[in-house]
Unconditional design. Structure first.
Length: 166
């Protein structure tokens, strides 16, 4: 079995187990599962949904698209969602802030974002004094950019202009 298929199988099994354990006594209830991004890392939730794997286990699941991981985490903590398929960054930052959340599994052991720049920028050190852009403060892309800059000795708070978030 390829590594990708094994990861998808393990994810399907994990999500199914968590949701089933949470809702086995409440099979008539709807499990609200939030997913946060159109990317390959979120695809296992759609495999679970399209194959009807949760229905086979007696769980009626509603898959809800949410625009970003921090918003999904807020909805989870507020009790509006039962499970989220989200980035590990969101989990770690919420845990560090005191949230009582757990991560069942991760599929992508690295950042999947890329730094995109003008063609005149050929080295990360040339970003000193420049302005970066990320999709949202506290998101995986924000953390990834900050870590990439720090890795080459650039302090994102001191050596660059602030970030713009869309």
């Amino acid at each position: 079995m390829s590594r990708r298929k094994a990861c998808i199988f393990l994810t399907v099994l994990t999500i199914s187990s968590i949701v089933t354990a949470s809702f086995s006594a409440l099979a008539q209830e709807k499990a609200r599962i939030g997913w946060t991004g159109i990317n390959p890392a979120a695809s296992p939730i759609w495999v679970v949904h399209e194959k009807g794997l949760l229905k086979k286990l007696g769980v009626n699941a509603e898959i809800i698209n949410i625009s970003s991981s921090p918003i999904a985490m807020q909805a989870l903590l507020a009790g509006e969602l039962d499970v989220i398929v989200s980035s590990v960054t969101t989990l770690v930052t919420s845990r560090l802030a005191g949230a009582d959340t757990i991560m069942a599994q991760t599929l992508v052991p690295t950042f999947v974002d890329h730094i995109v720049s003008l063609s005149s920028i050929t080295d990360l050190r040339q970003l000193i004094g420049k302005t970066g852009g990320v999709n949202r403060s506290g998101s995986t892309s924000d953390l990834g950019l900050r870590l990439a800059l720090r890795r080459v000795g650039i302090n994102p708070e001191k050596d660059t202009n602030n970030y713009y978030c869309r």
